[in-house]
Design a protein around this ligand. Structure first.
Ligand SMILES: NC(=O)c1ccc[n+]([C@@H]2O[C@H](COP(=O)([O-])OP(=O)(O)OC[C@H]3O[C@@H](n4cnc5c(N)ncnc54)[C@H](OP(=O)(O)O)[C@@H]3O)[C@@H](O)[C@H]2O)c1
Length: 384
């Protein structure tokens, strides 16, 4: 019998982290968790470390209270700590489930260590797609997408020759406001935006789904994962989230991947690839009627999706600007500092005010990211 794959889980205390642990509980003979990280949730991190006897843990800063990790557990801290964890020599696989552009440096560290990366974090590729994919080629790292749409594409293209792919359709549920009349968007509350009809996720991505910025981030992520130009990347609204993506081949045939709307399916596929094993949850039930309808998105109602598409078409640093402004705007919305419609205002303002440049070094990207965050913060102060 083969040895379990040793893996590190960055962002273990979040929604993707929890779903990854569900896969691990189902397959303890196939997977072994050897490193975990969180930003602030010390107690939850300690519980995970105890449950799975994890030897390496990492936090953003040293815990203020006395916290009991098991004897022999090594505590790493800060940016250096998370990058050390991402490149841990004992780990074969690194799951990146950190939220936001904070995922970029650990992803790059794992890439440079030649790891197999199970990538849930989408912002890393939006901000630094060119650098990350070039480095992956140079250092022999493999990126296996865990975002459900991209994992669906990944599954559909297995065994197909490289030049047979024509285009990709990413499906979107349309979020809680899919059918809301445009004139009612100004009345949207935080509570309504956090109430996603299909998926249970972290707060940031839940708001991104309500604005459809999430689908925009995914288009940009797909551009780097599958090396396709913007015009070959489409979005279709598919309310029940059963079909996660459709791949169109040059001969006109389309393949789709279907599974219930839970992240355990994509995460298990990415973690165990190329093996398949019984899933954590039941599959689809075709003895019941299933809705397999698709329709085009409404860009008028969801300007964030339009901004992301424009940024994708412009290339260069435009996707970084889109992402940084979105992160700041969503955080402000989550704190009740701005209204729902102001999220797109802040993104549009940041894109209009920043000149687009070719992507440079990692230091230049981080510097620009900081500048856009300041710009977006000033806009919030003007609006508040
Ligand atoms: N949730 C989903 O179903 C889903 C689906 C597809 C893709 N994704 C993508 O997966 C990523 C994670 O999403 P999520 O919903 O799991 O987020 P989440 O629930 O907010 O969890 C985020 C995790 O990252 C940690 N973290 C937050 N900020 C960090 C920072 N600056 N540095 C290091 N660690 C940090 C958090 O630690 P604390 O708990 O200590 O704050 C937590 O462990 C996102 O990029 C999202 O777009 C999520």
């Amino acid at each position: 019998m083969s040895q379990p794959k040793k893996f590190v889980l960055l962002g273990a205390t979040g929604s993707i982290g929890e779903n990854t642990l569900r896969v691990l509980r189902k397959h303890p003979d196939k997977l072994k968790l050897i490193g975990i990280s969180a930003k602030k949730q010390v107690n939850k991190l300690a519980e995970i470390a105890h449950e799975f006897s994890v030897p390496f843990v990492c936090l953003e800063s040293p815990p203020s209270s006395e916290i009991s990790f098991a004897k022999g557990t090594e505590l790493l801290v800060g940016q250096e700590g998370i990058e050390a964890l991402a490149s841990l020599s004992e780990a074969e696989v690194v799951v990146v489930a950190v939220v936001g552009a904070a995922g970029l440096l650990p992803t790059l560290a794992a890439v440079k260590a030649g790891k197999k990366i199970v990538l849930a974090n989408k912002e890393a590729l939006v901000v630094g797609g060119e650098l990350v994919t070039e480095a992956a080629t140079r250092y022999g790292a493999t990126i296996i997408p865990a975002d459900s749409e991209h994992n669906a594409v990944f599954q559909c293209i297995q065994g197909q020759s490289g030049n047979s792919l024509d285009s990709i359709v990413l499906t979107a549920s349309g979020g809680p406001f899919r059918d809301l009349p445009i004139e009612d968007f100004k009345k949207v509350t935080l509570e309504q935006a956090l109430n996603h009809p299909n998926w249970s996720m972290g707060k940031k991505i839940t708001i991104d789904s309500a604005t459809m910025a999430n689908k925009g981030l995914e288009l940009i992520e797909a551009r780097w994962l599958f090396d396709l130009p913007p015009e070959k990347l489409e979005v279709a609204i598919h309310p029940p989230s059963l079909v996660h993506a459709i791949v169109r081949f040059v001969d006109g045939c389309c393949l789709a991947q279907l599974s219930p709307p839970s992240m355990t399916f994509a995460l298990q596929n990415a973690l165990l690839y190329p093996q398949r094993a019984p899933g954590v949850e039941p599959s689809l039930d075709f003895s019941q009627p299933l809705d397999l309808s698709f329709s085009p998105p409404c860009y008028e109602k969801f300007p964030c999706l339009r901004f992301a598409k424009d940024a994708l078409e412009q290339g260069g640093t435009a996707p970084l600007v889109f992402n940084a402004a979105n992160e700041i705007a969503v955080e402000a919305f989550l704190r009740n500092r701005i209204g729902f419609l102001q999220i797109s205002d802040i993104i549009g303002h940041s894109l209009n005010t920043s000149s687009n440049k070719p992507t440079g070094s990692i230091a230049e990207l981080l510097d620009l990211d900081g500048q856009v965050r300041q710009l977006a913060t000033s806009r919030i102060e003007q609006l508040a």
